[in-house]
Design a protein around this ligand. Sequence first.
Ligand code: ADP
Length: 450
Amino acid sequence: EVKSADIVVIGAGGAGMSAAIEAAQKGATNVVILEKMPITGGNTVRATGGLNASETQYQKRDGIEDSNDLFYEDTMKGGKNLNDPELVRTLVENSAAAVDWVNEIGGDLSVVAQFGGASVKRIHRPSDTSAVGPMLVKTLNAKLDELGIPVLLETKATKIIADKDGNITGVEAEDENGEFVINTKAVILATGGFGANPDMVVKYAPQLAGFITTNHSGATGDGIEMALELGAGLTDIEQIQTHPTVNPNTATMYTEGVRGNGAILVNDEGNRFVNELETRDVVSASILAQPNEESWLVFDTAVRESLSAIEKYINEGIIVEANTIEELAEKTGINKENLVATMNKYASMQEAGEDSEFGRKSMEVPLTKAPFFAGLAKPAIHHTMGGVKINKETQVLKEDGSVIPGLYAAGEVVGGVHGGNRLGGNAVADIVVFGRISGDNANGYVLANG
Ligand code: ADP
């Protein structure tokens, strides 16, 4: 049993593992990671996009003209300017080094692609078909192994202990043998978000009551609670990103492209109820107002052929397929008579070029090419953008801006990086950049206070 450590990292997702590795690379010899789940990876392993970075060697190789300033502007704009400018500056300025670092420790982020909200090709991904999350988690696990950094699985941190002056002195934790304390001077909070804690979501964002989640079950906001007990401030805690179309059984997200390329939404009664191309929050709320708080994403073979992502959903078994609309209704339980009428009406409105019901601007296809498809869809909580308040050194701050000595935080547990809306590719950038900074600074703190 571990009784003391120089640095205790709480959470073995992308941020915590990056932090521990960086601390060790800077010379720390006694780092330990606590992870409450039986495996590492948290929400990080679910990341499918990539890592946004500017002024990288790979952009230069490909002749892509990007700059830290442009990345900064895109991120602020995407975040509705709610972001903390200093944190965004830090993110962009350290992003190219983050790509190199991941590659140096054995990862692969050598392909650059275009992604939503980015003015140029900026998202860095693996060169094979693997998704970024699994690649990153595998790389970080292997490096932790190589460096001999222990990851205590199924070990949940319950409290961060401070002395009367507020300096960190230890962490209370529990594993299968019961409760114990690890003495330490520095703690890195990397517990992720709270997207899988419905009570906490509703407390800060009551309009999200009833939402399912795309998050792993450990995303319960423990780190935020522990930091609050020490008087930490919170930033943008009510900012939660939802995704309107998620399969409730598998939590698979249907990309926005399905609707963008022509799919409509109908309720169990077979009726449309919203302009499908409205913003995420509007579409989400309208689905929850339908019978059984659910909807069906309905499309035809023309839409299927326009989007490779749809093959993945079909292979996963979450899409109902039928040769006629009548059969589609029978297989899904959607009201048959209404569904047939809805599809006929949509085809004629599409031909006329005007959605007289809901004002949808672009109706790509008439949805008349058999076979037909339907996928059950409900809104889901995706990313909690708010969290613990930090400065650019990742020190946790109290409400008044003063530092909690020895306490650092990085990743989804932190607020301010993404403002009111996180761009795809910025979460992975966030965890590597700020994870590394927290590891470096916690190590420096231990050296200075040892
Ligand atoms: P990030 O992207 O910020 O790294 P992740 O969700 O990927 O966030 O990882 C956070 C990790 O922290 C998860 O693996 C989660 O299980 C773990 N975790 C959350 N709360 C605790 C806790 N109280 N004790 C130990 N580990 C925790």
